[in-house]
Design a protein around this ligand. Structure first.
Ligand SMILES: [Ca+2]
Length: 112
């Protein structure tokens, strides 16, 4: 699965993330256009068991694979909170094969 785990900084609630606002926007320095999450799946839990709630969303794995050659790739996503703030987050994954896809987005920078 092309799962992404999103953790927000203190004071922000993952439940306030607008699911339809989440897009993959960059792979390394290459812009990705119009790559949204699977709208039928989302889950608030604690995937990494650090006691901080995280939101898991899912990208279409097959579509993602087509964008990812093997190697170290930094994926950047953006989204909005329902309260209006924009968030950005990124993480670097090592693309070895398609199944090693879960990546984690932590402590996104925020701007008004
Ligand atoms: Ca967590």
């Amino acid at each position: 699965m092309g799962d992404v785990h999103i953790t927000m900084p203190d004071g922000y609630d993952v439940n306030n993330i607008g699911l339809t606002s989440i897009y993959l926007i960059k792979i390394n320095n290459d812009q990705v256009v119009n790559f949204s999450i699977d709208p039928t799946f989302s889950d608030v839990g604690d995937w990494d068991e650090d006691l901080v709630p995280d939101l898991t969303v899912r990208f279409d794995l097959q579509a993602l694979i087509e964008l990812l050659a093997p190697g170290d790739k930094t994926l950047t996503i953006k989204g909005n909170l329902t309260t209006g703030e924009l968030f950005l987050g990124s993480d670097t994954i090592r693309v070895i094969e398609a199944r090693r896809m879960p990546f984690r987005v932590k402590a996104p920078s925020k701007s008004a």
